[in-house]
Design a protein. Structure first.
Length: 234
């Protein structure tokens, strides 16, 4: 049953249809949007927890003084704390994470910094390794050209430049579809699949024998690598 969040800013009148007592500006009310005569709408009023005062964030340990209070509330004001914007930014009823949506949730600075450290260790380290794998092929092609790749493949400089053009165009065309696939199957499956597939294509370049196979592998690599950066970023 969907829930509508709203904040009352003025006391209610005696004829309030909800039958609730007057509510102060610091109260948050939740009301069910589905109701009928047998199952009337149930409205509850909850005090709004206090928010942290806006200030410059001290993310690194050397920026914090001995007076740093890790137990203080770190939650900053958002659009959900303004009654004029809360309804406009409310999630849709079919949002997959609606059961976790809680505008009243608060956390401390210690909890926030602990989460940031966990993200840095468990996500950013592997993201750096994956980006290194991405750049490995894109940098190696320049090393191969400085040797005798063009002569062995019976290609000219124009053919090589054509391969770069095909790569760039395919790279751009793959970004949006890749994000849609990532949303469909999940980034935890799609990103490793991308890395595995472009690694297979990269290894297959050992069997290049001319201009056609060179352009084909350039296009395939771009299609598989194009969505990697936006997928990891999002």
């Amino acid at each position: 049953m969907p829930t509508v969040f709203s904040r009352r800013t003025a006391p209610t009148s005696a004829g309030d249809p909800t039958g609730l007592p007057p509510t102060s500006p610091g109260m948050f009310s939740t009301a069910s949007s589905d109701s009928d005569e047998k199952h009337p709408s149930i409205t509850t009023v909850t005090p709004i927890p206090e928010l942290a005062a806006p200030h410059e964030e001290k993310r690194f340990w050397w920026q914090r003084t001995r007076h740093f209070d890790g137990t203080a509330i770190a939650t900053q004001p958002s659009v959900y704390d303004d009654p004029s914007t809360a309804s406009a930014y409310a999630p849709r009823s079919d949002w997959e994470n609606l059961h976790r949506f809680d505008p009243l949730f608060r956390w401390t600075w210690s909890e926030e910094y602990r989460l940031i450290r966990k993200i840095d260790l468990r996500i950013m380290v592997f993201a750096c390794i994956m980006f290194m794998a991405l750049e490995l092929d894109r940098a190696n092609i320049s090393q191969a050209v400085t040797d005798n790749m063009l002569g062995e493949l019976r290609m000219t400089t124009d053919d090589f430049n054509m391969g770069f053009t095909v790569f760039r165009l395919s790279f751009l065309c793959a970004e949006l579809p890749s994000q849609l696939v990532s949303k469909w199957v999940g980034p935890d499956r799609w990103i490793p699949a991308q890395i595995t597939l472009w690694s297979i294509v990269s290894m297959s370049q050992f069997w290049l024998n001319g201009r056609t196979t060179f352009l084909l592998t350039r296009a395939l690599l771009a299609l598989l690598q194009g969505g990697f950066i936006p997928d990891v970023s999002i």
